[in-house]
Design a protein around this ligand. Structure first.
Ligand code: FES
Ligand code: FES
Length: 212
């Protein structure tokens, strides 16, 4: 007969039984709750994208973001994936004349549209003025955010030229100033973990000044 101090089941046995029960529950529950993923058809759609002046015909899972279409299907890896949640700006491209976060939009939403990525702005041999200014002013360190920064800066200069106000524009009835405050506010969606912000503002200011 067991003494009062001897447990009927050891602690080790209890742990083994508990683990086996948990494994049995976790392996059987999903199968009963949901149909197998392989049984669900993948929604696909045909679309055309004009990227950097070249027309591409694609057939994609309709859930593909524009960012993944550019990087994974068209192999234009200049556009970077940082957060994939619209928070860092690394994926900024210009779509039909507006800067957007490519991770926040589906490729099918741009069927027939025009997209410009960093590869379409310039080449190492013939750089866009903003690319040249970023090099001149050391507007980067690791360079991961830089394609998004430059595409965003292209959009910023176009917005100022068109008189689009920002949160810090003092007078909504006149053309926005090309001030550091304006540039910092408009570029605030583009995060640089290397902290190259002041040099980025210098680069954009130089190009903006040469265009006024
Ligand atoms: S990857 Fe799109 S905003 Fe960060
Ligand atoms: S240059 Fe490194 S994150 Fe901006």
């Amino acid at each position: 007969m067991d003494s009062p101090t001897t447990p009927l089941i050891s602690r080790r046995d209890a742990l083994i039984v508990g683990a086996a029960t948990a494994a049995a529950v976790s392996s059987s529950a999903p199968a009963a709750a949901a149909p197998a993923a392989s049984a669900m058809p993948i929604p696909r759609a045909k679309l055309t994208l004009n990227v950097n002046g070249q027309v591409h015909s694609l057939e994609l899972d309709t859930r593909t973001t524009l960012l993944d279409a550019l990087r994974e299907h068209l192999h234009l890896t200049g556009t970077k994936k940082g957060c994939d949640h619209g928070q860092c700006g690394a994926c900024t491209v210009i779509a039909d004349g507006r800067r957007i976060n490519a991770c926040l939009t589906l490729a099918v939403m741009h069927d027939g549209g025009q997209v410009t990525t960093i590869e379409g702005l310039g080449t190492p041999q013939k750089m866009h003025p903003l690319q040249a200014a970023f090099v001149k002013h050391d507007g980067y360190q690791c360079g991961y955010c830089t394609p998004g920064q430059i595409c965003s800066a292209v959009g910023v200069l176009d917005e100022i030229k068109r008189g689009v106000p920002s949160h810090v524009s003092a007078d909504l009835t006149v053309r926005p100033l090309l001030s550091a405050d304006e540039l910092r506010e408009r570029m605030s969606g583009n995060i640089c973990r290397c902290g190259a912000y002041s040099n980025i503002v210098d680069a954009i200011t130089e190009v903006a000044g040469s265009r006024t």
